[in-house]
Design a protein around this ligand. Structure first.
Ligand code: NDP
Ligand SMILES: N[C@@H](CC=O)C(=O)O
Ligand code: NA
Length: 359
């Protein structure tokens, strides 16, 4: 059995550590690594020789070569003498769009990358049909709520005949961290731009934090959950999404320049916070999918100080499923929704699920 890993950042490096742990503590998994890459370096051998887990990242950095095109990677893996699982720990759209090509060739996929599952509805359908025709599997638990059991719970609800009426909550570790620190229910909050930088340093944000602040990351998660619950959402751009990017910074060239300039616009967020406080509320970044009304939305809401959403800590997500069976009291899941170790846990957990099915 072989795992192929791409992406060696916050999540990818924790995933490699967890592979090392598995190989020592669950040797019956008999996993090996035959390909590992970052953006501009890849490590692999024509004879699929095992790459040592302990030294993989160092060897990749020191001796990696230019990665081959994705079509070559598909061929390389399809010709492997054993089952192969692609573990995509990147946020690359190019790789996400190639999932059907991997799945059709019998290569299973595990990923925290939201891009494929929240891309066009056509890509979503192709992923399902390609897995069926290739006899392969795909799991993406960490694409929503990091390692929290959100997708597996939703699938269980749907596959046992419950009907989802509404999904709502805080779906972003970054946004949770920002608002818990910027507009706490007691005491005064910190400076918006400083907390944004801190969220990036803690590994909560997307590679480009603007993808969190513009609401797109939450919109992608709602697209995934809405589709799994039975709503054919066309794309994350097909419903209202509020962006927290100051208008004057919408076109800055890159994330570094954006972060450098953000403090000039701290007063815009300060005003939003004070408006909520004047009504005795706190401001939070909330998302919802109304399955009955066939609508989704993402944006700022004023919530009561006693609302569980107002009282999250750290990078906590809280995601509530309202269903026919659960009635007025939703099934709610809460816990850290971002960060390398917890996200990699969801990826490694998915890997174990695929291994059970490939045996
Ligand atoms: N961080 C978190 O808390 C969570 C992250 N996720 C998702 O996990 C994924 C990874 O996030 P994170 O680890 O934080 O991001 P990082 O920016 O830390 O790491 C991304 C990695 O992907 C590599 N990469 C990018 N494009 C390619 C490519 N085309 N081919 C090969 N490698 C590539 C980068 O290479 P290089 O090192 O050369 O730049 C880097 O190693 C994202 O999809 C994110 O949305 C999901 C839930 C939570
Ligand atoms: N940037 C995302 C990472 C997890 O999906 C977040 O902050 O939630
Ligand atoms: Na999850």
């Amino acid at each position: 059995m072989t795992a192929l890993a791409t992406g060696t950042g916050g999540v990818g490096s924790c995933f490699i550590s967890q592979l090392t742990w598995l190989s020592k503590n669950l040797p019956s998994t008999r996993l090996s690594l035959c390909y590992i890459s970052m953006i501009d370096k890849a490590l692999y051998r024509p004879d699929y020789a095992e790459i040592d887990f302990d030294t993989a990242l160092f060897t990749l950095e020191a001796t990696g070569v230019e990665p081959p095109p994705i079509s070559t990677i598909v061929e390389y893996l399809a010709a492997a003498p054993h089952n192969v699982i692609l573990v995509d720990n990147t946020s690359a759209i190019s790789l996400a769009e190639a999932y059907p090509a991997f799945l059709r060739r019998g290569i299973s996929i595990i990923t925290p990358n939201k891009k494929a599952f929240s891309g066009s509805y056509q890509l979503w359908q192709e992923i399902f049909s390609s897995a069926t025709s290739g006899g392969s599997y795909f799991y993406h638990e960490s694409s929503v709520g990091a390692g929290l059991p959100i997708i597996s719970t939703l699938k269980d609800l749907v596959q046992t005949g419950d009907e989802i009426t509404r999904i709502e909550g805080v779906f972003s570790g970054t946004m949770s961290h920002l608002f818990n620190k910027f507009a706490p229910t007691s005491g005064s909050g910190g400076k918006w731009s400083n907390i944004v930088r801190e969220a990036k340093e803690l590994g909560f944000t997307e590679p480009d934090p603007r993808d969190d602040l513009n609401g797109l990351d939450v919109a992608r998660k709602l697209t995934i959950l809405g589709r799994l619950a039975g709503l054919p959402i066309e794309s994350p751009a097909s419903f209202p999404v509020e962006s927290l990017i100051p208008a004057a910074l919408e076109n800055v060239a890159n994330a570094d320049e954006f972060l450098r300039s953000l403090s000039k616009y701290d007063n815009e967020m300060e005003e939003k916070k004070l408006a909520a406080e004047r009504s005795g509320k706190v401001v939070r970044f909330v998302g919802s999918v109304d399955m009955l009304g066939k609508k989704a939305k993402v944006g700022l809401e004023w919530v009561d100080q006693t609302n569980p959403i107002a009282n999250l800590k750290g990078s906590d997500n809280i995601i509530s499923f309202y269903t026919k069976r659960y009635g007025d009291m939703p099934l709610s899941i809460r816990g850290a929704g971002a960060g390398g170790p917890v996200t990699a846990m969801g990826v490694t957990g998915d890997l174990l699920k695929v291994l059970c099915q490939l045996r």
